[in-house]
Design a binder for this molecule. Structure first.
Ligand SMILES: [Zn+2]
Length: 467
């Protein structure tokens, strides 16, 4: 029998496009994540390249969570011949059911736009995949509860542990029972103090033997993220905006970041630190995800902190969810003070674009960036303080205040190190899902903290688990 193998197929030296292949001695082939590349054009072009393997040869897929940079190529994988089950936690199954069709819809819109403007080399421009492709791929999803061991392919078992990053997010622990080899994937690892989610589980308790390889994310591997400033900064921004009659515009990732923003606002209203200004959630996907979070809180879902169990989330806020495009556009005529939370989080698309076009030329307004802004995105240009930004076909002035607040759902360097040392020392640590500088910096830092072979793998690197 051949040695089991781990192959890194994505998110090498960059934060998007997560994908890895695990092969067992018995010939089982399992993909862990099949993520979309986002950000710079040369990365996005990779979404169009053929897979590095035959999709029909894959027995099963394991998803860490429902963000598109981890699951967004599933519709393409299914369309190109993958016909097995896709294992994910119950909340990831629910959220993927929202995120993937939306992603297909965006790809169709992008292709239609390219055809109208005639800027594509391909005539007609085709979408990467369609909403119908996405709906078809959802039929492959199978819910697996946390902490239950599931056999997913010949010689490959998986157990999901809490990753604390978004609802449903898991760190899959892979076991090859014939040889006893173990590979743990962090997935995206959350912070210890997420206001709604329970903290990440430790890496491993050692009860199933040593861990050969840990594949760990490194988004914030080069920095410590401050903990306490968020509420204070948000309170000041909203109070100032209320005084000036301004609009606070928050481009936010639809899943989880919207909930975090609402949680902080809810607390500030509840404690009387900000006036109750109207809040508009203007993203159909964010609204759909909100329903999943609200239902989980009412049901007492163990992924959520006990204090949320049986409660109605964000009850202190005056929230309006705008469902239709017309309702979204009507917001353009509305005067402040008000808060608009809209997707996408890096201002790369979605309804937030027309809000930015409408609001960023007015110095009474504030744009609040609340998460990681990948290089090359409009959000990164705003965060860098650029005075004009290209938007909806025109270069536009940025007169509004732009404030970046560290509302992160990724572990920082200290938390990543704590997680990596929270179980028996693994043989090898592979750092993925970080820009090169962040991954390299974390590797240097770990050299003094952990007695394992730490590496930042390149795309296509293979690691044999010797029998
Ligand atoms: Zn994520």
């Amino acid at each position: 029998m051949a040695d089991p193998l781990l192959t890194v197929l994505g998110a090498a030296g960059t934060v998007t496009g997560s994908c890895a292949l695990v092969e067992s001695a018995e010939g089982g082939r399992v993909l862990v994540d099949v993520g979309l590349y986002q950000g710079r054009k040369e990365l996005r072009l990779r979404n169009w390249e053929p897979f590095a393997f035959d999709p029909a040869s894959i027995d099963a897929v394991v998803l860490t969570h429902a963000h598109v940079d981890h699951c967004g190529l599933l519709p393409k994988l299914v369309r190109e011949g993958f016909d097995g089950p896709v294992h994910a936690t119950p909340n990831t199954v629910r959220l993927a059911g929202i995120v993937l069709p939306d992603s297909g819809h965006l790809h169709e819109e992008e292709a239609a736009f390219a055809n109208r403007k005639g800027y594509s080399k391909h005539r007609p421009a085709l979408p990467l995949y369609t909403e119908a492709d996405a709906e078809r791929s959802l039929r492959h999803l199978r819910a697996v509860e946390f902490d239950e061991r599931e056999a997913v392919a010949p010689g490959i078992e998986v157990t999901f542990r809490h990753a604390g990053h978004i609802l449903g997010a898991a760190s899959p622990s892979i076991r090859l029972p014939a040889t006893g080899h173990r590979i743990v994937f962090s997935g995206d690892l959350g912070r210890d103090d997420h206001p709604l989610l329970v903290r990440p589980d430790p890496l491993d308790d050692g009860s199933e033997g040593p861990v050969d390889i840990v594949v760990c994310e490194s988004t914030y591997g080069d920095r410590e993220t401050p903990r306490d400033a968020v509420s204070d900064v948000l309170a000041r921004i909203v109070t100032d905006a209320a005084r000036r009659g301004g609009v606070v515009l928050v481009p936010a990732f639809a899943v989880d970041r919207t909930e975090m923003v609402l949680h902080h606002l809810d607390e500030l209203v509840r404690t009387g630190r900000i006036p109750s200004v109207p809040v508009f959630v203007d993203s159909p996907m964010a609204s759909a995800a909100l329903e999943v979070y609200r239902a989980a809180a009412l049901d007492g879902d163990p992924e959520l902190r006990p204090e949320t169990h049986g409660t109605r989330l964000f009850a202190a806020l005056d929230v309006t969810e705008t469902r239709t495009v017309d309702a979204s556009k009507e917001l353009n005529a509305r005067r402040g003070p008000m808060i608009i939370v809209s997707a996408s989080g890096m201002a790369t698309g979605g309804r937030v674009l027309h809000h930015l076009a409408n609001r960023m030329g007015d110095s009474r307004n504030t744009i609040v960036l609340v998460g990681f802004q990948a290089p090359g995105t409009r959000g990164a240009r705003l965060a860098a303080g650029e005075t004009t930004v290209k938007l909806l076909g025109a270069e536009r002035e940025v007169a509004a205040d732009v404030v970046a607040i560290p509302l992160s759902s990724h572990a920082d360097r200290t938390e990543l190190t704590a997680w990596l040392t929270s179980g028996p020392t693994p043989g090898r640590v592979l750092l993925t899902h970080g820009e090169s500088a962040a991954a390299d910096s974390l590797a240097d830092h770990l050299a003094g903290s952990i007695d394992a072979d730490v590496a930042v793998p390149a795309l296509g690197d293979r690691f044999a688990l010797t029998l």
